[in-house]
Write a protein that binds this ligand. Structure first.
Ligand SMILES: C[S@@+](CC[C@H](N)C(=O)[O-])C[C@H]1O[C@@H](n2cnc3c(N)ncnc32)[C@H](O)[C@@H]1O
Length: 330
């Protein structure tokens, strides 16, 4: 999966009617919608709208409308649905048929140990980003220090910053975003996750909201990296619903990543970590950008679960000035 695809894989299934109306309350002709019948019908209806995993999405939506866990639906297949239950479900199904991402309709997205609030103010966190977090947490664990600091540039829902605060030895995480709306969502998530005292949210582009002398053990970022020319190839759930500012990285997709690389050096302590997510096919350019700063050594790239080069990791090399000054090292 990539940023071009919705967080759930979607595709096109031929041969399924896409024209059917969304089911209304049981008709006067004694037509009964049981849980199973509605699940089946709605799954096919969504598949007809090009949603490959229509049945699964229909189950999530029905469970949400009924206020139960999805698997509980399986214990009540033959239960006839009340008119009010159908009325709660119909608008949800309609939204999904219009290719609104499931996570926005449910208002939640799972990310590692977190159950995050999400809505169209923020990008829906992706599994690739879990790999980025895993690498940072692994690096942090290897330091063996209880109090590390991190800067997350472009925090969106707060997925990365909050995961570091919840799962890692991070006593201070500064999370920035250019979008005030995204920071509202991140703030709600930080409170819900119980780490509002660890994660400090700041608004600003790139490093604007970070003091010139402020340095962290880790600078991490999952910046927008879709090329403008690729907008037309985005799945509808992505292109029509997710914030453009979270997706697009200029003409070649690399504009924001390059700017993060250019500015990060002064904000990573000597021996600290720069960790970046990037788009498929961007690794060579990003490695070159990082190496050409002359600031990092031990540059490596980690693949995602689909085998695509996805995460860049680089150690901030100690400079002669750092060593003379005895600057703190990670
Ligand atoms: C791809 S999303 C990542 C969100 C979140 N970190 C995640 O991994 O799910 C990129 C985020 O960077 C923010 N952003 C875009 N350009 C930025 C900039 N120049 N400075 C700071 N944040 C920026 C967007 O608003 C968006 O929230």
């Amino acid at each position: 999966m990539s940023r071009h695809e919705s967080p759930r894989p979607l595709g096109h299934l031929p041969g399924v009617s896409a024209g059917a109306a969304v089911p209304s309350a049981p008709a006067a002709g004694n037509e009964v919608w049981t849980v199973l019948r509605l699940m089946r019908w709605s799954g096919e209806y969504l598949q007809g709208k090009g949603i490959e995993r229509g049945r699964l999405d229909a189950e999530h939506l029905l469970a949400h409308a009924l206020g139960v866990g999805r698997l509980q639906l399986y214990l009540q297949f033959d239960r006839p649905l009340e008119r009010e239950e159908l009325e709660r479900f119909r608008p949800l199904l309609k939204r999904r048929a219009q290719r609104e991402p499931l996570q926005y309709i449910l208002g939640r997205a799972a990310f590692r140990e977190l159950d995050l609030r999400v809505d169209p103010r923020v990008l829906i966190p992706r599994p690739e980003t879990e790999v980025l977090v895993e690498e940072v947490l692994g690096w942090a664990a290897a330091r063996g220090r209880p109090e590390l600091s991190a800067l997350d540039v472009g925090t969106g829902s707060g997925a990365i910053a909050l995961s570091l605060a919840v799962e890692g030895p991070f006593s201070r995480v500064v999370a920035t975003d250019a979008s005030a709306e995204a920071l509202e969502v991140a703030g709600e998530n930080a409170r819900e996750a119980g780490v509002a005292d660890v994660v400090e949210l700041r608004r600003g582009s790139l490093f604007e909201a970070v003091g010139t002398e402020e340095a962290f053990d880790v600078v991490v970022s999952n910046p927008p990296y879709v090329a403008e020319t690729e907008v037309a190839s985005l799945e509808p759930e992505v292109g029509a619903w997710e914030p453009r500012g979270a997706l697009l990285g200029g003409p070649d997709g690399l504009a924001v990543i390059r700017a993060v690389v250019a500015g990060a050096g002064r904000h990573v302590v000597s021996g600290g970590l720069l960790a970046l997510e990037m788009g498929a096919g961007q690794a060579a350019s990003v490695v070159e950008a990082v190496e050409s700063t002359g600031t990092y050594d031990d540059v490596r790239v980690r693949r995602d679960l689909a085998g695509r080069e996805r995460v860049l990791l680089a150690r901030r090399a100690p400079t002669a000035v750092d060593m003379n000054r005895g600057t703190r090292q990670a």
